[in-house]
Design a protein around this ligand. Structure first.
Ligand code: B3K
Ligand code: ZN
Length: 883
């Protein structure tokens, strides 16, 4: 397989101006015709024209109306080279054949559940027709679709519908025209039996936009929340960024089989139904929130991604990091900012940190790839979003907005780079922080150490800060990074101390602005070691460090446990209150893991229990915040902090703490449960979600006690729940404990919901991730369940990826979990390489485990590598993991 490098980027020799596509949809195959106006980048030059093409059968090529002969071009497995095109502007016409019916990769053009659909990002348009399939080729498209009218009554593509009508033999056609230039990855076509929910949005300049959400007829009632989310996103982008929608029609299609969550094709977003369809009876609060988030994300791409796109795929974070940041802000404005921040930071710690510490570590802007699809990662998306957030932290809201405005003013209609984004931020604010660009090129999570000291005579409080970035593959030595560190100081009553001045680098700087007190200041920490000294501090303060999680780093400080309890109780930065509790919980878990490994009895620290209890009974706190604060750090996060990951110990310790807390705080959990029941109808808003979140976590704690009284209560909750959020939480609570009740309730749940794919997927996932001993056998059995289908990515994600998340069973000491997943990877690779490569990623941190597990996991990776006809997707992950 060929590796592609950022440093080898070259501008294209040719640009495309217009692209006219024709798709007569057939039952056996589809004959695609394309007509492209081409012009050379350098006037007068006519180098060979190289087009990408994969799995295509070429039928004919014409240049300016003249058919090419065989020796005028060269056709390879991945490329079509036209030796000497005419000089100047010319017309290229190509006809080729494709087989959407046989395409199980769900990439390019495919048919599933009776409907046709495309997915082109990244590098998938080349599976439809021959093209310069790279994002810096932006052209205006028309798309002419012809199909049987009764089988495919709905024909959709990008832009505006300019013509439609009936044809002979029961056929009909539609012609779509997209007035905006776009890269090929944003092309889309959908044809099939669909119905829509219709609505309108009036933009800030008074234009009427028709909104349509398309699904199979029976699902239309479940699109109310998606439509609400879309309109909220359109309004928010106008209010917050001044960005208005630019066409008169916006379509969303929920398509059952898709590799991804969603795809932002220009004016024709295609979604996994999981993030479109919801009703109170079938979707949980988490689903409702995800729909808001993802609908927002794809809509926001219209400006950050579509109007301004990426020059090449290495720049992916330019659109993804920025758009994740935008949907995070949107969700924060629509719900609770602190709770969203907590969820985003947990995602970093559980998923992004571990990847950035393993063999697949790569910078936000990768240097090379074999298969671009392998780089839609937490580094590009979530660390990328943190990089965008740091601009905002450094420049302030207004400065950030000025930068965004300049970015659009300069680059609308262009394909650009991360440097262009940086330059817009810099120039709009007239600041100098070139050093910041390292965030795009250097992988690994910086470790920041902070030591504080107070001088009671001089009234100064000093923070000595150092940074270190661990080596990652290909980057053994790192440079110091530009880290924005937001800091506040608390006095002994727990109040914020007004900050006036600091000494830094030999100069005294004022913090207060316009005589207004400032309680949080942002240090620009850029060297290996630096000291920041606050003056006019009249008592020893407790510092609140990295407020709001102002940089994606691992922070180690000399804060004592009592400082942390103090912050947990008092910090005005709510995120840092939660964080203080998490630091305590991480310390506790790691020390208990150590005890477990040394066969010492496990004892739960009394102070921790009291802290927990006071949070649980503090009625002044937001309920969802409380639910988050009494949730222990995730397995991924705890294992990531260990020298040698020990899944058994982490599992044992988590179970121990969980049971201890449940039995000590039984009465509190019971009253929390009682106080947070509601007989009212399901409402998706923060107060109601917060109430349900708190109730559900209390239920989970109580269920682990396994006594008859709590068992009855939990069963009662399951039987009386009127929405999926509460029903599923009760089911999950019950299924912690093996036994007849668990089996009965799981069977009952399936019986109730077998007609609903999305609910059945939850049922698969719940069983797959279970830590019940020997669960690999149950999961194997579920593979043959009539509702399971290896060709459906959602099912695979539920059952197989779910299983990989089980500490006890995926990492089973006898290797049964690894063997099971290894076999599945090879089966899946023949069907859908992109899905298979996501599954093989479960092995990538194998070196982080004990020797026995290393041997077992390595054997599976080697077996995978030795398979015949392995896809590039799986090859890349498996080979890099073994390296
Ligand atoms: N841009 C798409 C991702 C496509 C993934 C291709 N393997 C969805 C999104 O991030 O909005
Ligand atoms: Zn995106």
């Amino acid at each position: 397989p060929r590796e592609i490098f950022l440093k080898d980027y070259k501008m294209p020799d040719y640009y495309f101006d217009t692209v006219d596509l024709k798709f007569p949809l057939g039952e056996e195959c589809t004959i695609v015709s394309s007509k492209i106006t081409v012009f050379p980048r350098i006037e007068g030059s006519s180098p060979p024209l190289v087009l990408d093409g994969q799995d295509l059968k070429l039928i004919s090529i014409q240049l300016n109306g003249k058919a090419l002969k065989e020796n005028d071009y060269d056709l390879g497995p991945r490329r079509l080279t036209i030796h000497s095109p005419p000089s100047g502007k010319f017309i290229l016409e190509i006809v080729n054949e494709i087989h959407p019916q046989k395409n199980t990769s769900l990439k390019g053009f495919y048919k599933s559940s009776g409907n046709f659909c495309t997915h082109c990002e990244a590098e998938g348009f080349r599976k439809i027709t021959f093209y310069q399939d790279r994002p810096d080729i932006m052209a205006k498209y028309t798309c002419h679709i012809e199909a049987d009218k009764s089988l495919y009554p709905v024909l959709l593509s990008n832009g505006n519908l300019i013509e439609q009508g009936d044809l002979e033999n029961g056929k009909h056609y539609a012609i779509w025209e997209d007035p905006y230039k776009k890269p090929s990855y944003l092309f889309a076509l959908v044809a099939g039996q669909l119905q829509s929910r219709d609505d309108t949005f009036i933009t800030c300049s008074g234009r009427n936009v028709a909104l349509r959400i398309w699904t199979p007829a029976e699902d239309v009632p479940k699109t109310v929340h998606a439509m609400y989310s879309l309109k909220a996103a359109m309004k928010w982008d106008e209010d917050v960024f001044g960005l208005e929608y630019d066409l008169d029609l916006f379509n969303i299609v929920a398509f059952p089989d898709a590799n991804m969550g969603a795809m932002e094709n220009k004016s024709l977003n295609i979604f996994n139904p999981k993030v479109v369809l919801a009703s109170p009876e079938t979707a949980t609060d988490a689903d409702y929130s995800a729909i808001l988030d993802v609908i927002g994300h794809e809509y926001f791409h219209n400006w950050t991604g579509n109007r301004v796109t990426c020059r090449d795929w290495f720049q992916l974070s330019l659109k993804e990091g920025l758009t994740v940041f935008r949907n995070q802000e949107f969700s924060s404005d629509m719900g609770s900012r602190t709770v969203i921040r907590i969820a985003d930071v947990s995602k970093l710690r559980n998923d992004q940190f571990p990847q950035d510490a393993g063999p697949m570590a790569h910078p936000v802007r990768p240097h090379s790839y074999i298969k671009m699809d392998n780089f839609y990662t937490v580094q590009v998306y979530h660390k990328g979003a943190e990089v965008v957030r740091m601009y905002k932290t450094l420049l302030g809201s207004q400065g950030f907005r000025k930068g965004m405005d300049l970015y659009f003013k300069r680059h609308d209609g262009q394909a650009v780079t991360c440097e262009d984004f940086f330059a817009a931020m810099r120039d709009a604010n007239d600041v100098d922080f070139a050093h910041f660009l390292l965030w795009y090129s250097q992988a690994g999570t910086p470790i920041i150490k902070v030591n504080s000291s107070y001088n009671p005579e001089a009234h100064t409080f000093s923070l000595k800060i150092s940074q270190e970035i661990p080596p990652t593959p290909g980057q053994p030595v790192k440079e110091s990074m530009f880290i924005p560190l937001a800091v506040g100081l608390l006095d002994s009553k727990g109040k914020d101390i007004p900050l006036s001045t600091i000494y830094h680098g030999g100069t005294l700087q004022s913090i207060s602005r316009d005589g207004q007190p400032v309680y949080t200041t942002v240090f620009r920490f850029t060297k290996k070691e630096e000291e920041f000294v606050f003056s006019d501090v009249f008592e020893r303060p407790v510092p609140s460090l990295l407020r709001g999680y102002s940089a994606p780093v691992r922070l180690e400080s000399d804060l004592t446990d009592s400082d942390l309890f103090f912050l947990l109780a008092n910090d005005s930065d709510e995120f840092n209150r939660w964080e203080a509790g998490q630091i305590l919980a991480r310390k506790l878990m790691l020390s208990l893991v150590d005890d477990f490994q040394h066969n010492k009895p496990l004892v739960l620290n009394k102070k921790f229990m009291d802290g927990f209890k006071s949070i649980l009974s503090d009625s002044s706190l937001d309920k969802e915040f409380v639910a988050k604060a009494i949730t222990l750090p995730g397995d991924g996060e705890v294992m990531d902090m260990m020298e040698v990951a020990d899944p058994d110990a982490v599992h044992a310790v988590r179970t121990f703490i969980w049971k201890q807390l449940a039995s000590e705080l039984r009465a509190e959990f019971l009253s929390t449960l009682k106080d947070n029941r509601s007989s009212e109808e399901y409402v998706f808003d923060h107060p109601n979600m917060a109430r349900r979140a708190l109730k559900n976590i209390a239920l989970a704690y109580l269920a682990c006690l396994e006594d008859p009284e709590t068992a009855n209560i939990v069963l009662h909750e399951y039987n009386t729940a009127t929405n999926m959020t509460e029903q599923f939480a009760a089911l999950a609570a019950i299924s912690q404990n093996p036994g007849k009740t668990r089996d009965d309730v799981l069977a009952d749940f399936y019986g109730k919901w077998q007609h609903d794919h999305l609910v059945v997927n939850k049922w698969f996932a719940l069983q797959a991730v279970s830590d019940i001993p020997g669960n690999v056998e149950n999961v194997k059995k579920l593979l043959t369940h009539p509702a399971f289908d290896m060709r459906s990515p959602n099912k695979v994600y539920s059952l197989i990826r779910g299983f990989c998340g089980s500490l006890v069973n995926f990492h089973a000491k006898d290797g049964s979990g690894y063997k099971f997943v290894g076999e599945i990877v090879l089966q899946l690779d023949k069907i859908n390489p992109q899905v298979a490569s996501q599954m093989v990623s479960a092995f990538s941190r194998w070196k982080h485990y004990d020797e026995n597990r290393q041997k077992l996991a390595k054997a599976q990776l080697e077996l995978i590598m030795s398979a015949n006809g392995l896809s590039e997707d799986v090859y890349e992950i498996a080979s890099k993991s073994l390296a």
